[in-house]
Unconditional design. Sequence first.
Length: 332
Amino acid sequence: MKIAVYVDTGVMEIREIPTPRPKENEVLVKISYCGICGSDIHQVQYGMEEPGDMMMGHEGTGIVAEIGKRVEGWREGDRVIVRRTRRCDKCWHCRNGLPQMCTTKLWTSNGEYAEYVTCTTEHLYPLPDELSLQAAALWNPLTNAIHGVQLSRQKMADFVVALGAGPIGLLTIAAAKRAGAFPILVTEIQPKRAAAALKLGALRVLNPIEDDVMGACTEVKECGADVVYDCAGGAGTLQEAIQYARCGGQVILLGIHMEFFQFSTLLWVMKQVDVQAAFGTTSQLPIAVEMLRDGTVRAEDVITNVIPLDDLPAMMKKLFGPNDEIKVLVQP
């Protein structure tokens, strides 16, 4: 089968390896789609993997192609979400509500930038008939967004600001609106993403280079936003998020910045703003699937490109720099 392999900093290549065979307690899944995650882009761009790594790709959907002899409750042809890892349910993190930090995760045979993967049934989540495999490939960034909103103190009719309208930003807008946020202001430079933010539930989208974002915030609420979701992860966006939040407000940190940056804590302390980091889990899969199924999130508003596996190395390089893509899916 074909699989995408991390080779060196900035470089992936497509290789041929034997198709894995399921053990008695495993299934073989034919991967239909796998989303390109921002973390994968960072890992390739900054060289965070070991050469020869074949574990990249963790936003997959697919169809069960073969079932091991001891597997019950599943059949060939089942349409599924494939989680690359599953928690052990035994370590301290699993027992204390932090399953995403499990120290003994159980992995699939390989990453999902591949034609096939073998795994246990605990890695799988079934899809309702009315949800397409392509739309369901948004499950991972959507669960991350939902988790961020769950960690917030956001209440019905709270004023929310979201920084950045990439995949996480757009899905955070949808999740915040679902949880009752109103109004939602969004900052975004790229026009295609700004337009998508309006479709996902933003009342207004501002260009942080050209527009007075702080002025727009105080027009809505004199003291500032109740909750600010930093989905951009830029060098200055955490500082901006604290600026836009009201005194005693909250910032949820969803975006990742890969390099060190200068930051002043003065405003943070003087406004007594809480900053909460959010590292996503798959515990939110049921609500994520429902939001995709019922149209709260429409895949066509987020997915801008579907590419064959052979095109992944070139697409990765494109995504390192400025581009107008939102969410790109790989179709092995």
